[in-house]
Design a protein around this ligand. Sequence first.
Ligand code: C2E
Ligand code: MG
Ligand code: MG
Length: 676
Amino acid sequence: MTRLTRKYLSWLAVCVGPITAAYIGIAVFARPAFAANSLVGWLLMALAGLGIVALVTLSFVLARRLLRPLDQLAADLSEATAIHELPLGLDSDLGGVAQSINELRQSLADTQRSHDYLRRLLGSISDAILVTDRDGRITYANSAAAELLDFPSAALSGRPIRQLIDVDLGSKARPGERAARSSDGTFSRRDGTPLPVSYTVAELRDDQNEPEGWIVAAQNSAERRRAENRIKFLARTDPLTKISNRMQFQHQLQQSIARSRRSHQSLALLYIDIDRFKDINDTLGHSAGDRALEIFAQRIVAHMPDGAIAGRLAGDEFALIVGNLDRLGDAIDRATELAQTLLHAVGRPFRMEAQEIYVTSSIGIAICPRDADNVIDLLRDADAALYQAKRAGGNCFEIFSEEMSTATVDRLMLKSKLRRAFERDELRLHYQPKYELATGKIAGAEALVRWEVPDKGLVYPSDFIPIAEESNLILQLGDWVFNQVCEDYRHWQSSLAAPSIVSLNLSLKQLQQHRFLEKLQGIFRSHHVSPTCLELEITETTLMDDADRTVQLLNALYAMGLHLTIDDFGTGYSSLSSLQQFPISTLKIDQSFIRDFAIDTDDAAIVDAIINMAHSLGLKVVAEGVESDRQLELLRQKRCDYVQGHLFGDPMTADQLLETMMEQADGSGRYRQLFA
Ligand code: C2E
Ligand code: MG
Ligand code: MG
């Protein structure tokens, strides 16, 4: 209805009333006067006419006064609608009406503001927001949702949300639940590509608490999932070898044990340790050590059966889980076969920095459930078996047995007992003579320490030197050996004019200790023994640990008159020429090469090469571990200088050595005929 029409109708309504009243008045009161045609009648008629005019005028004035505020109100409201803004207050004489309208408008203005604010808010957040009705049809999607799904906002309206996301709204949001837990799901974008999202669903309810629909808030989780996967990978994987780290491996072992328990099957755990890995690190450096570990891991993985799990437990310790083994016999057979394959595979040489590197390893095997049915005990048993394999010389494997677990406990006991061995005077020194091959004469003797444990007998150095080396006990032990050798030597000197030179084995820690030189000088002085009567045996790896410092120290020892020998040569990775910098006179070939060199052509070639190269550098050569006449004969042919070994009897006490040396002095040496 237009404004004019409304005004016209208002006028009509206001004017029709009085005019109608006037007509009725004339009709009722003036009718008799007209009928009499008298002057009074005319006068009454005139008066009635005037009254009508006055009434019309009065009505007009009253109507105008009444309509003006309504007009004003209409004009204000119309103007406000035209500019889409509601003024804060309406000025009107209509009192209550205007006030009600004002309140209504205020509330409308508030709603409009809230609505705009909400739109701006939803439009500006980065989460995709989708609102649906009770049937799951989208009624609102913010710009982030449109962007995420690659749809224009308008195109999302009315779509069933299930077309876009694999979610059962009802199951995700239970009535009355305010904030649902975040779930991972997949959105389909407009082109059908799947998009990983994490989302929450909440149910919307109206004022009467009736279900109205759902609101879904979603985020693109592709990036987060990538980051999470990376973190998981880093937390579970050894960064160098890319196989499981210790934590992850133990977790996998736990799962494998549980699986084998459920399926009543066996499982084999192989604990693998690289032999003499420290030597690679010490001699070739840590990056070469790392490379060796990588190659080692690659070889294990390449040769393990399908479904097996490999892990790096620590430095050079690796492990393998082989599951699904039907019977105990099957488990032992498969583990044995695998251990042999691995020993062979990792033992193949590889090149590094123009050098051929040989890495051997030792393996300990434990079977679940035969030996243990939990992670800790199974690892401990495999470790005990590994320890036995190491003791057997390495490059071999052992399967766990009950006696081994006793051996592990014994090893720990040994450490604490060793501390007390000094006070209880349980250490002994034996001597192993060294013979000159050309003449059969004793050319020296090596001092070898033993530990006499009550109720147990003699314990050999390979069982306690590594334990002593883990702590400073090795220094105490070294001092004891030096003092004992000097004491024995002094005693021999009282019976013999010139006892043979005595060799002592030196550990790295001894060489590294502060004021080592002064300490030795003090010992020699106190026993009145000349340093020229003694020889120090130092392994290749000890020499190479800090070559610059060692050269200086050895020069000083040499200047004192001490003889210097390289022990266990061939087991480290140093070249002969790199040893030239040290003031060394003798080289001892490691007994592992001598052991089989009479039957193994490779070992024979190595021994041959070492002897020739040593001679070309002016060094004397000792072969240790000589056990047979055949070995002795071959060494003679290869022009080896000295021999040492069980062929000439076990290492002996100081008194026995004195006896042997005296026999030689009077020409009745027992071993002379072997050299004849
Ligand atoms: P090593 O210096 O290489 O000593 C040679 C080892 O070979 C000795 O073992 C010796 O008994 C053994 N042996 C000698 N001839 C034969 C043989 O014909 N066949 C076989 N199979 N073995 C033979 P032992 O006495 O058990 O010593 C082992 C290692 O312990 C020594 O190796 C040495 O490195 C270390 N060691 C011994 N005494 C001391 C010591 O007083 N101080 C330090 N730091 N280490 C020591
Ligand atoms: Mg030695
Ligand atoms: Mg040796």
